[in-house]
Design a protein around this ligand. Structure first.
Ligand code: NAD
Length: 334
């Protein structure tokens, strides 16, 4: 099989995670990278032995790559996605799809007109734990869905980096998207709340309620308040309550815990981890699925641009609700 030539736009933290996952795929090689910070691109290329460091987006798109991973900050997805699709590339873009509906629609239109495969990386759809619950719900294991409750409870230190964006769109987008895929009805109104406990650029606590057209209810919570010294990076949780049953995903207590001179630690073994030097976990599952679609020419249906847009729509309505301290009706739906 001819190796596919991958490019990464955005050589930051998650760009590295994409690169590590790509190294685990036998029929893909990372051929080129681009970052507006040339030093970062240089260090990244050295670390992952990438032969081409492009100095501009057009140069990257001209370098003969087949697939472009857009791993730029949340508000900077549109330009590289639209340009890469117009250049005939297959494109995988990170979540959240965008920080405005206008950007979501521009990228969706570009994808509809393009020959390339396009997907938004909503990682929970490829996570074995969350995916199991979603499939059970779809098969009717819990009966009619009454309520879904989701939490992303994170260690304080992580917000040093991610305070650049509101947790209601950066983090809760994961749960909102998964909840939409479980409930499978449109959201009609939301009410959300935010608190800035430690004085960061954005609130470090966010909570909100979603009401669906079919009467189902959901609540999401993102918090960046766990003390770093507790050793718990991720305390994520999701519970589905149905008319005939319930299902739960709980990352704590962790099945793996380390008790060392540094204290207690509960390492992530589900989203993106390494074993024997090779990437494993939900991110690898997502990227493998995307490349299977690229190879077969199948449009991804595990997550569609319309679904990713609706998750952004709900998230933005929740942010508005928290800001204006009132309920927000959602009238548009993709
Ligand atoms: N799925 C997940 O679990 C997960 C986890 C972390 C981050 N993410 C997402 O990945 C994306 C990147 O996040 P990150 O943590 O890697 O951020 P980061 O700040 O660490 O890296 C972003 C990189 O993009 C570069 N950049 C900025 N604008 C650019 C542009 N126009 N063209 C090229 N490069 C540009 C920056 O210089 C930086 O190196 C975000 O959308 C984020 O929400 C997803």
């Amino acid at each position: 099989m001819t190796a596919l030539r991958a490019a990464i736009v955005g050589c930051g933290l998650f760009g590295e995670s994409h690169a590590a996952a790509l190294m685990a795929l036998p029929d893909v090689r990372i051929a080129a990278v681009f970052d507006i910070d040339a030093d970062k691109a240089q260090r990244f290329a050295e670390r992952f032995s990438v032969p081409t460091i492009a100095h501009s987006l057009p140069e990257l798109l001209d370098s003969g790559v087949d697939v472009v991973h857009v791993v730029t900050p949340e508000c900077a997805h549109r330009e590289p996605v639209v340009a890469a699709l117009a250049a005939g590339k297959h494109v995988l873009v990170e979540k959240p799809f965008a920080t405005s509906i206008e950007d979501c629609e521009a990228m969706t239109n570009a994808a509809e007109q393009a020959a390339g495969i396009f997907m938004v990386g909503q990682i929970l759809r490829f996570d074995l734990r969350y995916g199991t619950l979603r499939e059970q719900a779809a098969q009717g294991a819990f009966g009619r869905i009454v309520n879904v409750s989701a939490r992303r409870n994170r260690a304080r230190g992580g917000f040093e980096i991610y305070q650049r964006i509101h947790p209601g769109i950066c983090n809760s987008i994961h749960d909102i998207d998964l909840i939409l895929s479980i409930v499978r009805s449109r959201v009609v109104r939301v009410r959300a709340f935010e608190r800035n406990v430690n004085g960061y650029a954005n609130p470090d606590f966010f909570f909100g309620v979603l009401e669906f057209e079919d009467g189902s209810l959901a609540q999401v919570l993102t918090s960046w308040l766990i003390p770093d010294a507790a050793g718990i990076g991720l305390d994520d949780y999701l519970q589905v309550i149905g008319s005939n049953g319930s299902g739960v995903v709980a990352l704590q207590p962790s099945p793996v815990s380390l008790w060392t001179e540094s204290g207690y630690a509960a390492p992530d073994t589900g989203y993106e981890t390494r074993l024997n030097g090779v990437a494993h976990g939900a991110l690898l599952n997502e990227i493998e699925y995307f490349y299977r679609c690229v190879r077969s020419g199948k449009r991804p249906d595990v997550i569609t641009p319309a679904e990713a847009t609706n998750a952004v729509r709900v998230s933005l309505a929740m942010l508005e609700s928290a800001r204006e301290q009132r309920e927000i009706e959602i009238t548009e739906w993709s």
